[in-house]
Design a protein. Structure first.
Length: 338
């Protein structure tokens, strides 16, 4: 539903070019530039994402090319061609989060560290668990978004109580989307060459085990994809359909982990860990800050729980489990108390 955004990827060598010579690549055309009337053309420093150069310098020392948590794309309204192809009416968006939320097609390998978006962008996430959490949260948020949009487009008469419930659901979804867009992950992104797409999928001859997937992606209707291979989790996500150059045993490597819900301590792969966490959470209701939230209102809360991460406050010397928004609120509280 709605308009599918047109996206342009910055060239990987833009850092070596003049600010006025920045080049971008779209799905169908490479080497496009900004229109001279664009605010980014007159103020090219706005294109420099904060922290991305430091990330890339650190990644080069660790032999990780183009790895950062601050990659951005340009969403544009139209492509104007005169003597050059120009991008018109552009806005910056975070790359990984926007692609997971808006793409028509997401294809992954077994541990989700490699994601191919709409058949032309390849994302490689450094940490498998982070990739799985972001994908799982994206599946839940997109389902909640679709459900909320369907309710808004329905022509049924609404009572005051029903309108109140809808407003609460929209508010919860809004905060969940904001938290998701602020989530961080180290990854690289590049535009794939046409030749690479010819040998992209493993094909239908291989049907991997999917016993853990329903708990991770909250989708009971998964079935094998008879064209790409792997499993079709949703209409836009196909799991474990990409050919992989990883070691044969890498999918089976486990690390010891203690479940915060039941206290179980044993070795898990990242996908087994997420499946266990999902099975340990209560199905009927979600407890949040002392209040019981009914299951029909908990879709936004469940996706927010996936975005929580450990946070140590140096001011009050305490450890918390916060979402990115809650971290900012906590820091602001300390600033107001000064």
């Amino acid at each position: 539903r709605g308009l599918y955004p047109q996206l342009a990827l910055p060239d990987e060598f833009n850092a070596c070019r003049k600010d006025s010579d920045q080049i971008f690549h779209t799905k169908n055309k490479a080497g496009v530039v900004l229109h001279p009337t664009s605010v980014f053309s007159s103020n090219p420093e706005l294109l420099q994402a904060e922290g991305i150069q430091d990330d890339c310098n650190r990644a080069e020392k660790d032999s990780k090319k183009n790895v950062s948590s601050h990659h951005q794309l340009l969403a544009f309204v139209s492509l104007l061609e005169t003597n050059k192809p120009y991008l018109v009416n552009c806005v910056r968006i975070p790359a990984l989060q926007a692609l997971l939320m808006l793409s028509r097609s997401l294809d992954t390998n077994a541990d989700c560290t490699r994601i191919v978006v709409d058949g032309w962008l390849e994302i490689r996430v450094v940490d498998s668990e982070t990739a799985l959490r972001l994908l799982s949260a994206a599946v839940q948020l997109r389902a909640a978004w679709e459900e909320t949009l369907s309710l808004q487009l329905a022509t049924q008469p609404n009572t005051d109580n029903k309108k109140g419930r809808e407003r609460k659901k929209i508010s919860a979804l809004t905060w969940s989307l904001l938290d998701y867009m602020k989530s961080e992950a180290e990854y690289s992104i590049r535009r794939m060459a046409g030749v690479e797409t010819e040998s992209l999928y493993i094909g239908p001859q291989t049907v991997p085990d999917n016993s853990c997937l329903p708990g991770v992606f909250s989708s009971p209707s998964m079935k094998p994809d008879h064209i790409k291979g792997g499993y079709a989790v949703t209409s836009f996500l196909t799991y474990n359909c990409l050919t992989c150059d990883m070691d044969f045993y890498s999918e089976c490597l486990r690390t010891f982990w203690t479940c915060p819900h039941c206290g179980l301590y044993m070795p898990f792969t990242p996908i087994e860990r997420m499946s266990h966490e999902a099975s340990c959470k209560p199905d009927e209701a979600v407890v949040e800050k002392g209040a019981v939230v009914p299951a029909e209102q908990a879709s936004g809360t469940a996706s927010m729980l996936l975005l929580q991460r450990p946070y140590h406050c140096v001011t009050c010397e305490k450890d918390f489990i916060f979402t990115p928004t809650e971290i900012l609120k906590h820091k602001k509280q300390h600033q107001q108390n000064l």
